[in-house]
Write a protein that binds this ligand. Structure first.
Ligand SMILES: Cc1ncc(COP(=O)(O)O)c(C=O)c1O
Length: 296
């Protein structure tokens, strides 16, 4: 579909609407696990934040596969335990087990390392997915997404398309860009670092691929933003986006849209496709925080 925002025309890919429980970015990244058999696997093990979209998506994946989900968090806030909301609440409803494993109990190791060295050997039959789904298996589903975009662009006769999506681990952006690079498609992937800065994102790309020519192009904000912090300009652009009739999420999309509007001002003729990566359940905990801080 296409829509107009702030006076500019954008194409929009609604990955948020893929499936009621299993949509957006994680549906693409976890598709491999959904579509393949894992004989002997009864449990899925993951880690991240107790409010992460990945917690809910892994819970949905586990439920669809008939597995148990064990999700480790550094910290489980008291208020969230007292009044579960958003991704955490939905994951619990799907039977997820969320376990706090604070840094002082991890012998100086990062969560991922600790789980791999100390916990997983005691859990035979467990399948481990790194934080945010940053794994080689993610390429399988993201390639299908890239094929859909490529076919649509060719079918619509769109030349020089830019595909924009905000990045966390950069897994989705990297595998999209890799596909278009391999196909020599006239499509460029633009992204921005929402978690950490540009250097962090480049490091994430390098953990998945050594082929730097296929890395996505980064749009860099003029100001440094911290992941999960509340900024008035994020809330403002999110509210403006609501007026288009399409709901976006509050962690990744606001910075994405701020940078994309800035890009469009500089390249008004460039055809741009925004990838809506879902994650709307997270708004149930983000929106009350924004309202408390900045009002309605
Ligand atoms: C809504 C949304 N947008 C963007 C991202 C970032 O995706 P990636 O880690 O593949 O860069 C995520 C996390 O997976 C997400 O849930």
């Amino acid at each position: 579909m296409s829509f107009t925002f702030s006076g500019f025309h954008f194409y929009l890919k609604r990955d948020d609407l893929l499936h009621p429980q299993f949509s957006g970015n994680k549906a693409r990244k976890f598709r491999y696990f959904l579509e393949h058999d894992f004989p002997g696997t009864q449990m899925l093990v993951g880690y991240g934040s107790a409010q992460a979209n990945s917690l809910y998506s892994m819970a949905a994946l586990a439920a669809l596969k008939g597995w148990q989900l064990r999700f480790y968090v550094d910290h489980l806030p008291q208020w969230l335990q007292a009044a579960p909301a958003g991704n955490y609440q939905a994951a619990l409803a799907l039977g997820a087990e969320v376990i706090a494993l604070p840094a002082q109990l991890r012998q100086g190791l990062g969560m991922g390392e600790y789980l791999q060295q100390q916990i997983l050997p005691c859990l035979p039959g467990a399948l481990f997915i790194p934080e945010g789904g940053r794994c080689q298996q993610a390429e399988y589903g993201v390639r299908q997404l890239a094929q859909e975009i490529g076919q649509w662009a060719t079918g619509s006769g769109i030349k020089g398309l830019k595909v924009f999506l905000p990045s966390g681990t950069g897994t989705t952006a990297l595998y999209l860009a890799t596909y278009f690079y391999e196909q020599q498609a006239d499509i460029e992937v633009l992204t921005c670092a929402v978690v950490g800065g540009d250097d962090y994102l480049q490091q994430q790309f390098a953990m998945l691929s050594q082929t730097a020519e296929c890395y996505p192009t980064l749009l860099t904000p003029k100001k440094k933003y911290h992941f999960g912090k509340l900024y008035p300009e994020f809330y403002r652009i999110w509210q403006q986006l609501c007026h288009t009739g399409i709901a976006f999420e509050l962690l990744y999309d606001p910075l994405g849209w701020l940078l994309l509007l800035d890009y469009k001002k500089r390249h008004p003729q460039q055809p741009v496709l925004y990838l809506h990566q879902g994650g709307l359940l997270g708004n149930a905990s983000m929106l009350p925080r924004y309202r408390r801080k900045f009002g309605e």
